[in-house]
Design a protein around this ligand. Structure first.
Ligand SMILES: [Zn+2]
Length: 464
């Protein structure tokens, strides 16, 4: 990815400043994570010892592939055209092409779960039918067909000077797939199989689901490192002109998790009672504060006393308890959602998130894909967290998120240079209020509002 390390030195400097500021008063603001469970644990036919096990786990985590039943993955079964096109569509972020009519295939109907995927691939000239009017969704892919689709998905880049001379069966590659193969070998997407000292591509061999998981996840990693946000297929939206945000404006960015009388888990300060929230919102209104969300920052001069209400993790109570209060007071809030947790117990569903976003009162932003501490991730994992949460929220709300809240407020020097490729703002979990400046756009501090606060303590924290 171009520019990955471009601001490394600056980030390091800012990081050292932040570490100095934060190390003395660290506290946990998040529920401790349970021991990590693997998706593939439930599949009786995938064991940790299988060479494709990690790839199957990754492919399922990205929802590129799913099991063939609740308890089976069937790694040795054939990868069908429908399964493959669905995987590529998921990889692209599932932004459907419109209109979705006019498919020439007699064997694909709008009731099929892969209909949108076929439509997307056909309209973008990534995948055509097996014949003029048949798609043949259940026929099994060959390896060379898969390579050809990766090539088309990547926009058919020039293959350059490479060749296939290192492979004993190079002549088995059909002429239509040759360019794609040269490119895929050169880019390291295909390596071949060693048999009796010779390398084989096996281009016409059927693709098995276990193998497909390996090819797909390798291709996914390759793709996300080489694309830009513009390449992600998101419809054009007006970019946020951060340079127009004035410096030196004090904004209390209030940090909550869930508005709920009930507490789940051991960290009860995360759950602010509905009555307390009502008093707090009334106090803000009575004292002339105006709630803003991140896209409002470009019009900051319009607001005399701006304040931001932010809530992390995407709890259901923010739909059931906070949303009615926002409507009552006509106030705006930002909710940072963990996209892998959508629909989990105590977490909002896609429909609830969409309704909040559509109301215009709630701005839905990213709290990553899986809520891992960003400081512990590789660059590739971090790109995945930024990219997948952005695409999922764009798909659900129709709006591209512009801000990311760092899980547990953790980041390191390299984190920001990747986050800034996907988001305009990065948000911490303490040290508020925020005084605006161009230097702090990825280090926006917040003011924690715990369950125990009296209204007087709340007022003091907002005024601090
Ligand atoms: Zn969180």
């Amino acid at each position: 990815m171009a520019g990955l390390y471009k601001k490394y030195a600056l980030c390091l400097l800012i990081f050292l400043m932040m570490v100095t500021a934060s190390s003395s008063c660290f506290f946990e603001t998040e529920a401790p994570q349970e021991k990590e469970k693997k998706i593939t644990d439930r599949y009786t036919d995938v064991s940790d010892a299988d060479w494709f096990a990690d790839a199957v786990e990754h492919a399922c985590g990205l929802r590129l592939m799913t099991g063939t039943s609740e308890n089976t993955f069937e790694p040795k079964a054939g990868m069908t055209r429908a399964m493959f096109v669905q995987a590529l569509y998921m990889m692209s972020g599932q932004i459907p092409d419109e209109p979705s009519s006019g498919l020439p295939f007699k064997d694909v109907s709008s009731a099929d779960p892969y209909y949108d995927a076929v439509n997307w691939a056909y309209k973008r000239h990534i995948m055509s039918g097996s014949t003029e009017n048949l798609f043949q969704p259940s026929s099994v892919m060959t390896r060379e067909q898969a390579v050809q689709l990766f090539y088309r998905y990547s926009g058919e880049p020039p293959a350059g000077s490479g060749n296939l001379s290192g492979f004993a069966d190079k002549d088995a590659v059909e002429s239509w797939a040759r360019k794609a193969y040269v490119w895929a070998v050169k880019e390291g997407l295909i390596s071949g199989t060693l048999v009796d000292g010779k390398m084989y591509l096996n281009p016409r061999k059927d693709l098995k689901r276990g193998e497909a998981a390996v090819l797909l996840t390798d291709f996914y990693s390759y793709t996300i490192q080489n694309e830009t946000v513009e390449d992600m297929g998101l419809p054009y939206e007006k970019p946020i002109q951060k340079s127009s945000i004035p410096n030196g404006i004090r904004i209390p960015v209030l940090m909550y998790h869930e508005i709920s009388d009930e507490v789940h888990g051991s960290l009860d300060y995360l759950f602010v009672r509905t009555d307390s929230m009502r008093s707090q919102l009334k106090w803000l209104k009575d004292n002339g504060y105006e709630t803003i969300v991140f896209p409002d920052l470009v019009n900051l001069s319009k607001y005399k006393k701006p304040v931001m209400l932010t809530l992390d993790d995407g709890y259901t109570g923010n739909y059931t308890n906070l949303f009615p209060l926002l409507k009552e007071f006509n106030m705006k809030a930002t909710i940072f959602v963990v996209t892998d947790e959508i629909g989990d117990p105590y977490k909002m569903t896609e429909e609830q998130i969409r309704e909040l976003s559509d109301s215009g009162l709630v701005s839905i932003q990213s709290h990553t894909k899986s809520h891992k501490k960003l400081s512990t991730l590789t660059d590739l994992q971090l790109i995945e967290e930024c990219r997948e949460s952005k695409l999922a929220l764009r798909r659900i709300t129709g709006v591209s998120p512009c801000a990311m809240s760092y899980p547990e407020g953790r980041y390191h020097s390299g984190t920001i240079s990747i986050v800034e490729d996907y988001y305009d703002f990065g948000i911490l979990d303490r040290h508020g209020p925020w005084v605006t400046s161009q230097k702090t756009m990825y280090y926006i501090p917040r003011t924690v509002i715990p369950r125990s606060f009296t209204l007087q303590q709340f007022a003091a924290a907002v005024r601090r």
